[in-house]
Design a protein around this ligand. Sequence first.
Ligand code: C5P
Length: 406
Amino acid sequence: MSLQGKHIILGICGGIAAYKSVSLLRLLVKAGAEVQVVITPAGKEFITPVTLSALSQKPVVSEFFTANTGEWHSHVDLGLWADCMVIAPATASSIGKMAHGIADNMLITTYLSAKSPVFIAPAMDLDMMAHPSTQANLRLLESYGNHIIEPEVGYLASGLTGKGRMEEPERIVEVLQKHFASTETMKGKKVLITAGPTHEKIDPVRFIGNYSSGKMGYALAEECASRGAEVTLVSGPVSLSISNPSVKVEKVESAKQMLAACQNHFPAVDVAIMCAAVADYAPAHPADSKIKREHQEVPVIELVKNPDIAATLGAAKKPGQQLVGFALETDHEFDNALEKLARKNLDMIVLNSMRDRGAGFGTDTNKVTIFTRESRKEYPLKSKREVAADIVDAIINHGCELSSEQ
Ligand code: C5P
């Protein structure tokens, strides 16, 4: 995998790990990338622009303008030029500024102007890394669609050992190479995603629903869109929003509405990911006006079965289309997941077990096992955005296997 011809902005902040940015720059250039270094004023205390400009063969950008000539450095032009921006090391201070738009140096203004994917490799002391404010800022950046390259556990400049060591340059290059390779595959692919719960009306003010937050489906939509896919997100009622403007969001309430939206889009898509927690039953006769407590006995609500959206799409699936489902199980997890994979004619099913801490509804993390008909892979507990990346990688790999068989 090469980075031939890719335009990469390498952002360097003021941390001791800045010495590793020199190796990172060398590796990026060796892999064929054209690299523009943007360094914070504090970064220059750790590493000199002379070394960086010699290796990148470009003047290093740090100030808003050149002092003696007044030449303006346009962060907007840089943001448009880049195919990706990687900030390594990203310090707690810069992470905080990026998360909150405090544009007081060239690196932050460039970050705010960047239209391309942004990769952030934090490096700091273990306690700074673990602090709730750092963690909240990282999750905020992730929710804006940025990719966090998590630091490693290891020996730190403070003399302590813990999580905070910047990921090794070789690994960061691999992450970028993987990103560009998968972007090539996903570019222009049409993806349909369902997310969130459905609400089934009892009367105008009450419904049957569930605890699904929609976070996993929204993370999947962001991930697919960041890799160049054309995403339609059919969403049940949730309080989330999508930051990538290219995702088309269609809001629905009930399972019937979700089915209608999916049937409308499915014939034209390459991949459909059924992430919604669809209510299994709906009231048979929703009341037109509010059911009053005073006027009647305890009401009995007759239920009817909702359509199975995944199974309906599975029955209509054409060769070349990939259909992915989810299974949230409390027991006999593997057997249940495999049974659903077959019954709904899915190509892949993502299992999360309610027995795993941090997995399932409402949390920001998830722990999944991904099954195809031929394979099973278990993943550790990760943020939902990272899980989304694993799922999209698995879809791409499976798609490649399918097309090489055809
Ligand atoms: O059967 P179960 O609800 O466990 O299956 C889960 C999978 O099927 C998920 O992918 C979910 O989005 C999908 N599903 C659906 N329509 C339903 C029920 C589940 O699309 N009525």
